[in-house]
Ligand binder design. Structure first.
Ligand SMILES: [Zn+2]
Length: 112
């Protein structure tokens, strides 16, 4: 229960009335014009704010998901690159070993 000071838009009468906390609509005691209490508007605003917060949280989650996705992609790319580098390294080692063997074989055959 609270005391509300109302100014009627229809008859300009000012009246103080006691209303329950959950009451959002009152009527002018002079002309009976319906009037919405400010609390009702505040509740609507609050509701919108909550929805906005939910939307922000949702988009935050989407950003986080994308970040995770990106991190996974980067890790995969790095792993692939490392595999590629290892393969190149192996090819180089085999090539060098082949050249050494060929050189040794050539040296041996030239001696004989
Ligand atoms: Zn009135």
């Amino acid at each position: 229960m609270k005391l509300v000071c109302l100014k009627c838009e229809n008859c300009d009468a000012t009246s103080e009335i006691n209303v329950e906390d959950n009451v959002t609509i009152v009527f002018c005691s002079h002309c009976g014009t319906k009037k919405l209490l400010d609390d009702g508007t505040k509740k609507i605003e609050h509701h919108i704010k909550n929805e906005d917060v939910a939307r922000i949280t949702e988009s935050d989650n989407q950003v986080k998901l994308k970040e995770i996705e990106l991190a996974h992609k980067e890790a995969k790319l790095k792993a692939d690159q490392e595999k590629f580098e290892t393969r190149i390294g192996l090819v180089v080692i085999i090539a060098v070993a082949g050249l050494i063997i060929a050189g040794v074989v050539a040296a041996i055959s030239s001696c004989g």
